[in-house]
Design a protein around this ligand. Structure first.
Ligand code: ASP
Length: 354
């Protein structure tokens, strides 16, 4: 009896004194970074991207506003972008060198530090749900390939034929990348390009993967809910012309995805190999934890300094527990947007949009 009494007291105490973060709820998304300029955009394409980003923001925000968790909001926002052929995640994912779509995704909760990820899956319609299933329904953090596809099926997730992920635009991009590969090998002028790559930069192979307009269409979302909990999620098809079995930074906890309530939630997009080697997301969190940097200072330090010095192109979205946002990128553009507790937000694409 005494025991039950103390549990009830403890619960009432916690409820009475738990901080309410309702006025801080925030959701931030990205739809990839790269050579995205006004010059290579059409008004129709721009409109379509802005609309899709807005839909993702609204979907996630509606959940937060109703008192849902940041995990539910991140899942919903990412699913909108996975279902849109505009982004390199889910439907519209890029092709491997073998002409397949191999998808990676990850999720991490800032309050429990629980995480789940999948890599190289080919049949899960919404890879972010596969990552969440790994976190919630398995004792593991990262599952890959056939086993991960099988696990998702057993968990009752929607399974599709690999052909579902096909889009003509991405298939053409693969052909272009392959042609350029030939050109790169055949013409001295392009060989010079390779030599110009940053010091720690691309190997010849990486450079060849990288030729397709340098666009990274990965999607990601970070959110803060009314309970003060942060969540980060990322989903991607990886990089056009990647080798079979190649896994990028998105499903690597600490590289492309990380969340910790005491620091921040981060989702990245860019040339994955560089993001893995620089442990980007965890580095941003660590700069906050050990050096006391703000989320903006920490994200800028890693994306605009360290990554630039190392030749790693891309960007991140980051969010702290007070609703402070950072969205730095060292590429020409990054599809991105945020929405705050008052429902006001913005969608941006280019460098000059602040
Ligand atoms: N980071 C992803 C990868 O390397 C690519 C992207 O951001 O689009 O797999």
């Amino acid at each position: 009896m005494k025991f039950i009494y103390s549990i009830v007291c403890c619960f009432l105490f916690q409820t009475a004194f738990a901080q309410d973060y309702s006025d801080k709820i925030t959701l931030v998304i990205h739809g990839g970074a790269g050579t995205i300029t006004r010059a290579n955009m059409t008004p129709e394409k721009e409109k379509a991207y802005r609309e899709a980003l807005n839909t993702a923001l609204q979907k996630g925000y509606a959940i937060l506003k109703k008192g849902g968790t940041s995990l539910q909001a991140v899942e919903a926002a990412i699913m909108v972008m996975e279902d849109s052929p505009l982004f390199n995640a889910g439907k519209g994912a890029v092709f491997t060198n073998e002409g397949k779509n191999e998808l990676d995704a990850a999720i991490m909760e800032g309050n429990t530090l629980k995480a789940g990820a999948i890599a190289g899956v080919t049949t899960i319609k919404n890879p972010i749900r596969g990552a969440i299933a790994v976190m919630e329904k398995s004792p593991h953090v990262l599952m890959a390939g056939k086993g991960a596809d099988q696990f998702a099926k057993e968990q009752g997730l929607e399974i599709v034929d690999p052909a579902y992920f096909y889009t003509e635009a991405r298939f053409k991009a693969l052909q272009k990348a392959k042609e350029q590969e030939k050109i790169e090998l055949d013409h001295s002028e392009n060989k010079k390009e390779i030599k110009k790559a940053p010091k720690t930069g691309y190997s010849k192979d990486e450079d060849l993967i990288f030729t397709e307009g340098k666009k990274f269409g990965t999607v990601g979302c970070v959110a803060l809910d009314k309970f003060g909990n942060l969540t980060a999620g990322t989903s991607t098809g990886g990089m056009t012309n990647k080798k079979y079995g190649r896994v990028g930074d998105a499903p690597i906890i600490g590289a492309g995805t990380y969340a910790n309530n005491t620091t921040c939630a981060v989702s990245a997009t860019g040339h994955g190999e560089f993001f893995i080697r620089s442990v980007v997301a965890y580095d941003i969190s660590s700069l906050m934890e050990y050096k006391g940097l703000t989320v903006k200072e920490a994200a800028d330090e890693v994306v605009m300094k360290k990554l630039v010095e190392r030749g790693g192109e891309g960007g991140v979205i980051a969010l702290d527990r007070n609703g402070n946002i950072a969205m730095p990128f060292n590429s020409e553009g990054m599809y991105r947007g945020f929405i705050k507790s008052d429902g006001k937000g913005e969608v941006m694409i280019y460098k000059d949009e602040k």
